[in-house]
Design a protein around this ligand. Sequence first.
Ligand code: NAD
Length: 255
Amino acid sequence: MPGRLDGKVAIITGAARGIGRSAAFLFAEEGAKIALADQDEIGGEETVATLRSQGAEAIFIKTDLVIAEQVAALVEKTRQAFHQINILYNNAGLNHFAIITNTQESDWDRVMQVNVKSVFLTCKYTIPVMISQGGGVILNTASAAALVGLRNLAVYTASKGAVLQLSRNMALDYAKYNIRVNAICPGVTSTEMTEKVIQADANPVEARARFDRVIPRGSMATPLEIARAALFLVSDESSYITGAAIPVDGGYTAE
Ligand SMILES: NC(=O)c1ccc[n+]([C@@H]2O[C@H](COP(=O)([O-])OP(=O)(O)OC[C@H]3O[C@@H](n4cnc5c(N)ncnc54)[C@H](O)[C@@H]3O)[C@@H](O)[C@H]2O)c1
């Protein structure tokens, strides 16, 4: 049976672990060639080695996504390796728990850089390639935190709101070039990002239960559940969806 991404080339950022890693395996299973971008060399190389051992075509390109030269090199190396770029999945991100009066300027700058500037840079360098080949798909990672306010997450929520609006804007600007741009809005997902928050709590068992309790579905997402929604949004099955914010949050933002 043909894969849903047969013949496609995808860049996935933040693919060394978590949701990005899960998406790399799923997209590869569906026939895509994958360029994984991450600053974590050990996780990135391990992921690529496992993908290749399963027969996938994949490369890891160590990239700090907030540095323009490195992002330009990521795009160029991907094009050289696979001759085209059909999918850009901007997944890398960073959270930061604080109310605004406790947020250090350096934390504000770092979160905005990793969550927003990285999307600006990858799109800036990838879109010309997509235009030259007649189109493409961009999926940016916002969050349930882009759709509702969340206590004690001021800069994170602001950054994800920015990603959402940037996605809508680019959807309008590049529709005429056959480029779709959407924002995926995951809810709490069982990854290292979430695990660090749980383990930092005085009572990790209660912290985990607290997360699950506020989600109507009754439990946090697995990375694969987010990756499956991402697969739909980067595949031709979602050909008429652009400029959309898609919650994948177990009902969290329905309340
Ligand atoms: N986990 C959740 O509950 C949750 C909820 C909503 C949205 N999200 C979003 O989903 C995305 C993935 O989350 P996750 O939980 O898998 O995160 P994670 O922390 O497990 O993984 C993030 C990956 O991004 C990489 N990364 C961070 N900064 C980078 C940089 N400057 N350059 C290159 N790589 C960098 C990290 O090395 C890591 O591999 C993020 O954008 C996050 O904000 C996560």
